[in-house]
Design a protein around this ligand. Structure first.
Ligand code: HEM
Length: 117
């Protein structure tokens, strides 16, 4: 059970890596685009995160306030990806505020995961 939980944590981290990595590629290349990889990364992190939010394979209790905050931030990132891709279809790129918020909020969620115990 414990090993299985660690595998799900690994999948959760892969989702984070895909979302954040795809965003960094666009930022470094000076393109304000949202890409399909970002949606995939978010979906993988979301599914694995929700599975991890259930208390199995651990002998300590989960911090549900922290998980609630992470869920709200994840939903906000999802909304920004949706609005961003609609704007991109219309104008060819995503407004700067939306593009930067996606990366910053992703990093904030990772920071909350690691720092808030
Ligand atoms: C973009 C969204 C998210 C990012 C970037 C993210 C990032 C991370 C990272 C980096 C870790 C590893 C931290 C560590 O082990 O110390 C982690 C762990 C975890 N995340 Fe997320 N997360 C996200 C969304 C979510 C959501 C929505 C939930 C559930 C509501 C969630 C639940 C968890 C849980 C329960 C762990 C701890 C796993 C364990 O040690 O058993 N995450 N997350």
């Amino acid at each position: 059970m414990e090993i299985l939980r660690h595998v799900v944590v690994l999948i959760h981290l892969v989702g984070f890596a895909i979302l954040f990595g795809a965003w960094v590629v666009e930022a470094v290349n000076g393109r304000r685009h949202v890409t399909r990889l970002m949606n995939w990364g978010l979906a993988i992190a979301a599914v694995a995160g929700l599975i991890l939010a259930a208390p199995w394979g651990i002998d300590y209790s989960l911090n549900y306030t922290k998980l609630g905050v992470k869920l709200v931030i994840l939903l906000a990132i999802g909304a920004l990806l949706g609005i961003g891709s609609a704007r991109q279809r219309k104008n060819g790129s995503v407004p700067g505020g939306i593009f930067w918020s996606i990366g910053v909020l992703t990093l904030v969620n990772a920071a909350i995961a690691v720092i808030w115990r």
